[in-house]
Design a protein around this ligand. Structure first.
Ligand SMILES: C[S@@+](CC[C@H](N)C(=O)[O-])C[C@H]1O[C@@H](n2cnc3c(N)ncnc32)[C@H](O)[C@@H]1O
Length: 243
């Protein structure tokens, strides 16, 4: 089953938002000024593009294939230029951007080689690309695998693991600069995660058997209501590439 982002766009923003620690890593690693041209590739409803533009006043652009997701983004921040595009077509001239990033997108890309060649084309020489994703090891450690075990199987199939990402990027001409592994601390599961699961706010919930989803949701709701549930916080991996 495919993921229908036109449908997901309707409630995406009630359950998903920009992760501040990811924005902080961008700001710590880059010198972004008002002249910097930044592309949020697969920007969805523009949560990261909006936050980054307001934090830096850089020239921020978003590219997104889903009309529903992009319309939400357009209504959020009129200083960001949002365009329709995808991994095979980024509607900008060669050597345009100083910095391109993508958050939670790479597992939706059907052909990494095509995407990396297109991103290489639009990135300036000495520009940077940052891919924000999760490694297979991090997927296995997600606390909610206990409730929805098939999500780990489905997602390890969908998510290219870090060495594959680096290998395909290098084939397209990028150099691998570094990989930041963000380990989460211990956190209390809040009702907003339960809301997110109820709304199927992660695409993986659309890809597991409905019976497992319902059973896992009931157990999760019970655990969160009866006990304070402390779990490892969500972790991430940032792959930094250069042209
Ligand atoms: C999980 S959402 C992430 C959205 C946004 N980056 C964020 O972090 O909130 C995945 C996004 O990837 C987009 N996407 C799917 N296929 C794509 C493709 N072939 N090229 C570019 N973006 C794609 C979807 O439309 C969706 O908006």
């Amino acid at each position: 089953m495919g993921i229908d982002y036109e449908k997901i766009s309707k409630n995406y923003d009630s359950v998903r938002y920009a992760n501040q620690s990811t924005i902080s890593v961008f700001l710590q690693n880059l010198h972004i000024t008002e002249a910097t041209k930044v592309l949020d590739f697969g920007c969805g409803t523009g949560n990261y593009a909006d936050t980054l533009q307001k934090a830096t006043h850089a020239q921020v652009f978003g590219v997104e294939p889903s009309d529903g997701m992009r319309e939400k983004a357009v209504s959020k921040n009129s200083s960001v230029v949002f365009s329709k595009g995808n991994h095979g077509h980024i509607p900008f001239e060669d050597n345009f951007f100083d910095f391109v990033y993508m958050t939670d997108v790479i597992h939706h890309i059907p052909d990494l080689g095509v995407m990396f060649r297109e991103l290489f084309r639009v990135l300036k020489k000495e520009g940077f690309l940052c891919i924000v994703t999760q490694s297979h090891e991090q997927i296995d450690k997600r606390f909610y695998v206990k409730y929805f075990p098939t999500t780990a199987i489905v997602d390890k199939h969908r998510y290219p693991d870090i060495p594959v990402i680096i290998g395909d990027a290098v084939k397209a001409g990028f150099s691998h600069i570094r990989t930041n592994v963000k380990e989460g601390g211990i956190t209390k599961v809040q009702s907003d995660f339960v809301e997110l699961a109820r709304a199927k706010g992660y695409s993986m919930f659309h890809l597991i058997p409905e019976e497992e989803y319902q059973k896992g949701l009931t157990e999760l709701e019970k655990d969160v209501m009866t006990d304070a549930l402390f779990v490892p916080d969500s972790s991430g991996t940032l792959v930094w590439l250069g042209k």
